[in-house]
Ligand binder design. Structure first.
Ligand code: CA
Length: 335
């Protein structure tokens, strides 16, 4: 693919092969009304020492998710070269314009970075960022960790995630890395919409890939930041890069065996949550009510669990639109 595409317009201000700790930027020309010859500067840190694998650690793929960026800005200022064997590349806020605007998608071009892979070097700004990760950063990596949380529209129990993959040894390697992260939950995630995802791009290149969902609501919580900080270090220990001791913690293994793990609203209105995140629900249990806010006295819509499981995610804002996921269920492995 790279043989037929032009070079990326993105340059990296630091030598990714140089030993030591280097803080710099990915530089992307961004000509606009307010800065005719402007440049988008996406912060990046590379830490390199001795021989070993490379880990690529990212947050801010969606710009309104914060536990990952906090853990990665913290790691970038604290990780020493002598702490590791190999290389760690840290980009705390991948979709940097979205991150600065506190939005899921880019204010520049509306780009949802996690639906635009493999991107294009002559595409929109967000497609150019995707292309740089696809062709320049992912190929350097052996282990890839991409932090997500629910953003302004979703909230989740804290979990690390892996996917079912066609290749059993590859799937097992991703699963082991997910377990090493040691979030309270480990979910083999069923994606509704895997096309264009960074996850898929990394997995298709054979990388050991883990993502997370850690809370949401467009903010961060101390408990979840602590899970993110511990998890990224555990991930680097598992990769054989960080020499420190891993901090294991109990995790509940969950699967998502069918599309009925997603409960979608067919009503617009006011959500009454009936159970909270982490609750175990039986098949048929009431999950949420949706009130018609155009009038009083109208029938209330009731949403019930299509199957038994644990409520791992739900709609965050108080008002719901038709088509929004109201509830996301995980099922204990083996159930
Ligand atoms: Ca996300």
């Amino acid at each position: 693919m790279s043989s037929i595409l032009p070079a990326s317009p993105v340059t990296c201000s630091v030598d990714l092969a140089a030993p030591g700790v280097h803080h710099g930027h990915l530089r992307l020309p961004h000509s606009r009304d307010t800065s005719a010859w402007g440049t988008l500067l996406i912060p990046l840190t590379v830490v390199s020492h001795g021989q070993g694998p490379t880990a690529l650690l990212t947050g801010g793929n969606h710009g309104d998710e914060y536990e990952g960026p906090i853990a990665l800005f913290d790691l970038a200022r604290s990780l020493g070269a002598e702490d590791i064997q190999g290389r760690v590349i840290i980009v705390p806020a991948m979709n940097y314009p979205a991150f600065l605007d506190a939005k899921r998608t880019s204010p520049v071009d509306g780009g949802n970075l996690n639906r635009l892979f493999p991107g294009h070097p002559r595409g929109s700004l967000t497609e150019k960022i995707a292309d740089y990760f696809q062709r320049y950063l992912l190929p350097l990596a052996d282990f890839v960790l991409d932090f997500h949380s629910g953003g302004k529209s979703l909230d989740f129990v804290p979990f690390a995630a892996a996917h079912h993959l066609g290749d059993p040894p590859h799937e097992a390697a991703c699963r082991q890395a997910m377990l090493a992260f040691a979030a309270p939950y480990s979910v083999t995630l069923r994606e509704l919409d895997a096309v264009g995802m960074y996850d898929t791009a990394a997995e298709n290149l054979g990388k050991v890939f883990v993502s997370t969902e850690l809370g949401g609501g467009g903010t961060a919580r101390a408990e979840l930041v602590a899970i993110a900080k511990r998890g990224v270090r555990n991930f680097l220990c598992h990769a054989g890069i960080l020499a420190a001791q891993a901090e294991p913690a109990p995790t509940k293994l969950l699967a998502m065996p069918g599309d009925d793990c997603y409960v979608v609203s067919h009503h617009q209105g006011l959500v009454e949550p009936v159970v909270d995140l982490g609750a175990e629900v039986a098949a048929g249990a009431l999950l949420a009510r949706v009130y018609d806010v155009q009038r009083t006295g109208a029938a209330v819509a009731e949403y019930r669990a299509p199957r038994g499981g644990i409520l791992i995610g739900r709609h965050f804002p108080g008002l719901v639109q038709v088509g929004d996921p109201l509830a996301i269920l995980g099922v204990a492995e083996g159930d």
